[in-house]
Design a protein around this ligand. Structure first.
Ligand code: FES
Ligand SMILES: [Fe+2]
Length: 396
């Protein structure tokens, strides 16, 4: 190794030490609110099994209310959601030998084939706090002892106040919320960093939405002063950062003369990205002015995430809702959530093998990656704990 290579390796290592906790968060951050399902995906009396940050969880809706309980029977460890069995309104039974647990506190209430068993009342499965808001079921995932859970608002974006026409917030009273979620074959951190990456517009330069709307998003942007990135640190509220694209903090690049490439589209278009813990992107004024796109990158395990793409818009009254449905179905979902974001998903999945095999110490970050470094430091500082892998948790 020559002297240059040695010194750049040392510089990389010195930077990486500043966000060491982030590098250890393969399984995500714990003690945080994550979306689990859209409300419409869990009908009354239905049971569904999901996995968040290695936690296997069964969700059941009973009399309208959603309960979340560990999805491994205490008897012999099968996932109860594999064959949903509900014998009363307030319990969940394991389909195998009938261990039956209270939904509210997880206690073993009875065993179908052994009603006088001394184990009854002695065992319990842990439960998880649930919040169902804006058509989404959120779970607070992490340590059972972490009590009380902070309000859901602490893990959602801030209410935007500096914009003359602010986008709607997910929890606003008259709001349109609709989207999709799907599996991403990459670690959740690669997904978050792709979401707000100021240098990745090349993957979008020929996307359908750009051609159809004639928008010019530029080729990339580089932070050039402290004004570029605003740290968000609300007391007892959201933590994250905002890319201040409309300030002198960022220098935009619309073309690269060296290789003769120009951003497509004639109309300049302004959208702004922010990112919040535990791993949530907000894009203001996207895919259309006054709309907001929320993206959660929910860790499933250390190699997969659930990619949530949700659009949020102002919406008062039935007619506005019908209009929003039309836009969603014919424009937003096919051109933005699918075609445009398919490219993002492709990029994250393409990075996975490199990062899985030591890439965090081998990457060569460039000028626009300052945004990623700031995020890594913020995430290291403000998280509520690093999720241990499930096998280590079980051994405690
Ligand atoms: S494995 Fe669940 S009751 Fe036996
Ligand atoms: Fe993108």
């Amino acid at each position: 190794m020559d002297a240059d290579a040695r010194s750049s390796k040392a510089a990389r290592a010195a930077t990486a030490r500043q966000y060491q906790p982030y590098l250890e968060a393969d399984w995500g951050f714990k003690n945080s609110w994550y979306p689990a399902l859209f409300s419409f995906e869990l009908k009354d009396n239905e049971i569904k099994g999901i996995t968040i940050a290695g936690h296997e969880i069964a969700l059941r809706r009973s009399k309208g209310r959603v309960y979340a309980i560990r999805d491994r029977c205490a008897h012999r460890g099968v996932r109860m959601s594999l064959r949903p069995t509900c014998l009363t309104d307030d319990t969940i039974s394991c389909w195998y030998h009938g261990f039956t647990y209270n939904l509210s506190d997880g206690r073993l209430r009875t065993i179908v084939a052994s009603p006088e068993d001394p184990l009854i009342g002695q065992l319990r499965l842990r439960t998880y706090p649930v919040a169902e808001r804006a058509g989404i079921i959120f779970l607070f995932v992490g340590d059972e002892e972490y009590h009380p859970a902070p309000p859901l608002e602490a893990d959602l974006p801030i209410h935007i106040s500096d914009d003359p026409k602010p986008v709607a917030h997910l929890l606003d009273p008259e709001v349109y919320v609709r989207g999709i979620h799907r599996l991403g074959n990459s670690n959740w951190r690669l997904a978050v960093e792709n979401g707000f990456d100021p240098g990745h517009l090349l993957i979008h330069w020929d996307n359908q939405i750009i051609a159809a709307t004639d928008r010019n998003l530029g080729l990339g942007a580089r932070p050039i002063s402290d004004e570029a990135i605003k740290i968000i640190d609300e007391p007892d509220g959201p933590k994250g950062m905002m890319n201040m694209y409309n300030t002198r903090g960022y220098k935009f690049f619309g073309e690269n003369r060296e290789i003769g490439i120009k951003a497509r589209g004639r109309k300049p278009y302004y959208a702004r990205t922010s990112v919040f813990l535990p791993g949530l992107l907000l894009v203001e004024h996207w895919p259309a002015p006054a709309w907001a796109q929320y993206e959660w990158y929910v860790p499933t395990d250390d190699k997969h995430h659930e990619y949530w793409e949700v659009l949020v818009g102002h919406c008062a009254g039935e007619e506005a809702r019908r209009e929003a449905d039309y836009l969603y179905e014919h424009f937003f979902e096919p051109l933005a959530l699918k075609d445009f974001n398919d490219n993002d998903l492709f990029a994250r999945e393409a990075m996975q093998s490199f990062y899985e095999h030591g890439g965090w110490n081998q990457e060569n970050l460039c000028a626009f990656d300052d945004a990623a470094i700031v995020w890594r430091k913020i995430a290291s500082r403000f998280n509520r704990g690093i999720q241990e892998p499930p096998f280590r948790r079980a051994a405690r």
